[in-house]
Ligand binder design. Structure first.
Ligand code: IPE
Ligand code: IPE
Ligand code: MG
Length: 238
C-alpha cells in the first residue's frame, strides 16, 4: 500500500465520482446497479478519509444538470441517497463526522430533504471531519446565487460597491464555511470539471484517473494523496 506523509495531508479533498454507468455497462447491467456499487465506494472513501485524518471531504453526488437524466434513474439515485444517509448515520456519529450539503437542495424530493436535514442537525456537533455532499449542485448556479445575495446587500444599502471583494464573494457561496479544496479527484478519465466548485478550485491540484468510481478504493485514494504530496504548489509565485 502506498505510504503517505501524515504531516502534509490535503486539508480538503473534493471528488467528482464519475463512471457508475460505464461500470454497469461493462458488465451488461442496468446503470442503477452501477450507482448501487458506487454507494459502496462512497462508504469506503468516507471511512478511509476519516482514518487518514482528512478534515474536509466534498463529494459531487448529483449535479444540477443530472436532473436531465431519465426519471427512473433520478428516482433511483434519490432512493439510494436516502438509504445511504440512514445506513451511515451511526458510523458518522461514532467517527465524529459532521454532514453538510451544498447545492439547490430545495429541489430534492421531500423525503430526501427531510432525512438530509435531520442527519445534518443530528451530526452538527461532530468535530473530526466535515463530509459535504454536493446535491443538485452547479458551480455557475452557486456563483449566480452569490451575486444575487451581494446585489441585494448593495440594494439595501448594507454595503457599498467598493466592498465587493474576493473574500465577500467566497463568503456568499454555499461553501462559505469550508476552505478551498487542496486536491480534486475525478474518476472515469474525463478531463473536465462538469460545473463543480468553479470558484473554489482556482489553485486546487487535479488528479484524474481512468478508474471508474465503483472500482475506486483505498489503495488508489492513497496513491492520489501521495501524488498530491509530490507536487510543488506555487500559487503563482516562483
Ligand atoms: C456518476 O456516474 C454518478 C452521477 C453522475 C450521479 P455516471 O452515472 O455519470 O456514470 P457514467 O459517466 O455514465 O459512466
Ligand atoms: C459529474 O458527472 C456529476 C457527478 C459526478 C455528480 P457527469 O457524468 O454528470 O458529468 P459529465 O456529463 O460527464 O460532464
Ligand atoms: Mg458520468
Amino acid at each position: 500500500m502506498t505510504s503517505i506523509d501524515p504531516a502534509n495531508l490535503p486539508k480538503h479533498i473534493a471528488i467528482i465520482m464519475d463512471g457508475n454507468g460505464r461500470w454497469a455497462k461493462k458488465r451488461l447491467l442496468n446503470r442503477i446497479e452501477g450507482h448501487k456499487k458506487g454507494t459502496d465506494a462512497v462508504r469506503n472513501i468516507v471511512r478511509a478519509s476519516r482514518e487518514i485524518g482528512i478534515e474536509y471531504l466534498t463529494l459531487y453526488a448529483f449535479s444540477e444538470e443530472n436532473w436531465k437524466r431519465p426519471k427512473s434513474e433520478v428516482s433511483a439515485l434519490m432512493t439510494l441517497l436516502k438509504e445511504f444517509l440512514i445506513s451511515e448515520f451511526s458510523e458518522m456519529q461514532e467517527n465524529g463526522i459532521r454532514l453538510n450539503a451544498i447545492g439547490r437542495t430545495e429541489k430534492l424530493p421531500e423525503a430526501v430533504r427531510k432525512t438530509l436535514s435531520e442527519t445534518i442537525t443530528k451530526t452538527s456537533s461532530n468535530r473530526d471531519m466535515v463530509l459535504t455532499l454536493a446535491l443538485s449542485y452547479g458551480g455557475r448556479q452557486e456563483i449566480a446565487d452569490s451575486v444575487k445575495r451581494i446585489a441585494f446587500l448593495i440594494e439595501k444599502g448594507d454595503i457599498s460597491v467598493n466592498e465587493v471583494t474576493e473574500d465577500l464573494i467566497s463568503g456568499c457561496l454555499y461553501t462559505a464555511q469550508i476552505p478551498d479544496p487542496d486536491l480534486l479527484i475525478r474518476t472515469s478519465g474525463e478531463y473536465r470539471i462538469s460545473n463543480f466548485l468553479l470558484w473554489q478550485i482556482a489553485y486546487t491540484e487535479l488528479y484524474i484517473t481512468p478508474t471508474l468510481w465503483p472500482d475506486f478504493g483505498k489503495d488508489e485514494y492513497l496513491a492520489a494523496i501521495a501524488d498530491f504530496q509530490g507536487r510543488e504548489r506555487r500559487f503563482g509565485g516562483t
